[in-house]
Ligand binder design. Structure first.
Ligand code: DAH
Length: 357
């Protein structure tokens, strides 16, 4: 660093300032040192500033030439200062990049997109088929009264049909002792709730979660979904039931499907049936087929004409109104459709399973 001199500036003294300033600048490695350098040459008391100030003491002719040289020196120092700062910054960036092993050319990791659960998808698919036929979609409570889950469905207390549903009772004591609470064992309780709240014509499907006091295995879960259906109006017959469910089976499983009805018993319908489709895996041949277990038929739902006692229970005129109801398990439908061999996969939260849908 050159001290400000009291002597009048000369071309040599200016060159000398530039030479030593530039030599010094090249050796500086950080921004603080560079700033000190700037202060000592170009600052208010800097040596080049002192030269510029003392120009006034020179003769006119000399002032022109020395002045021009001094101004040029200032521009040179400022330019090189800027270069040095840029160099130090780039250097620091490179060093930190190699220290943190940041490979800026590495492609980013794609963000995982969520998706709908397979049960949600199949429930929506089922509902959409019925919506296209003019049904509305309603939901109901998962914690239900004995009254709706059983009584209103023609399953009084002590009736052996109660054994068809292994029930999870709530720890709730009603003072009157009447209103026992439970986790609904099916979505059928919404039949009475819907009929109580409106007049025919009624066409609804009821998707929702159900619960049973049940040991789990490949075909049983203690919680699962059901889609219930109900149509009530004037002049509804078993032919309407058949036509509606036939249409549903073909939309879900393919246009070429055949269906079969057999008698079955559910206390809230009369007559009651179960519906099977001809096996789409073996086309009904049944020979060594795992899906239909050699029978050629796959059972997909229960159904029937709404029992007059159920209609009476909600105050409907059974001379005027008739209806049909049906109920199915969406997980079972998905298992058949996608060849899933264990219902427990649905709720085990294993991404390897869930990602396939
Ligand atoms: N709720 C019955 C069950 O959980 C299924 C069912 C069968 C619903 C026949 C119906 C029906 O509406 O008509 O097993």
């Amino acid at each position: 660093m050159t001290e400000p001199s009291a002597q009048p500036p000369t071309a040599q003294s200016i060159d000398e300032i530039i030479r030593s300033a530039l030599a010094e600048l090249e050796s500086l490695e950080n921004l603080e040192a560079v700033d000190q350098w700037r202060v000592s040459y170009l600052g208010r008391r800097g040596s080049l500033t002192a030269v510029l100030r003392s120009l006034s003491s020179l003769e006119v002719e000399e002032r022109r030439t020395i002045g021009a040289r001094a101004n040029q020196a200032k521009i040179t120092l400022e330019d090189r200062l800027e270069d040095r700062v840029r160099h130090i910054n780039e250097d620091a960036l490179k060093r930190s990049a190699s220290r943190d092993r940041l490979d800026v050319t590495l492609p980013g990791r794609p963000a995982l997109a969520g998706r709908l659960h397979p049960t949600t998808k199949i429930v929506r698919e089922i509902c959409n088929v019925f919506v296209a036929m003019g049904f509305g979609v309603v939901e109901g409570p998962e914690v239900e009264w004995d009254h709706y889950n059983f009584e209103m469905l023609n399953i009084p207390k002590g009736h052996p049909a109660r054994d068809m549903w292994n029930t999870l009772w709530m720890d709730y004591e009603d003072p009157a002792g009447e209103k026992a609470m439970l986790l609904r064992t099916h979505t059928s309780p919404m039949q009475a709730r819907v009929m109580e709240s409106r007049e025919p014509p009624i066409r609804v499907v009821v998707p929702g979660k159900c619960y049973r006091y049940e040991a789990t295995d490949a075909t049983h879960e203690w919680h699962f979904y059901q889609v219930e259906g109900l149509a009530v109006g004037e002049g509804i017959t078993f032919a309407d039931l058949k036509g509606t469910l036939y249409e549903f089976a073909r939309k879900m499983f393919g246009e070429e499907r055949q269906i079969r009805f057999r008698c079955d018993y559910f206390p809230f319908v009369e007559p009651g049936v179960d519906l099977s489709i001809d096996c789409f895996a073996c086309d009904g041949d049944g020979d060594g087929c795992r899906i239909c277990r050699d029978s050629g038929w796959i059972e997909i739902l229960g159904a029937g004409m709404v029992h007059p006692k159920v209609l009476e229970g909600v105050g409907y005129d059974t001379g005027k109104y008739t209806g049909f109801a049906f109920g199915m398990g969406p997980e079972r439908i998905a298992m058949l459709k996608y060849g899933i061999d264990d219902i427990r996969h649905f709720y085990a939260n294993d991404l390897r399973f869930l990602r396939q849908f």
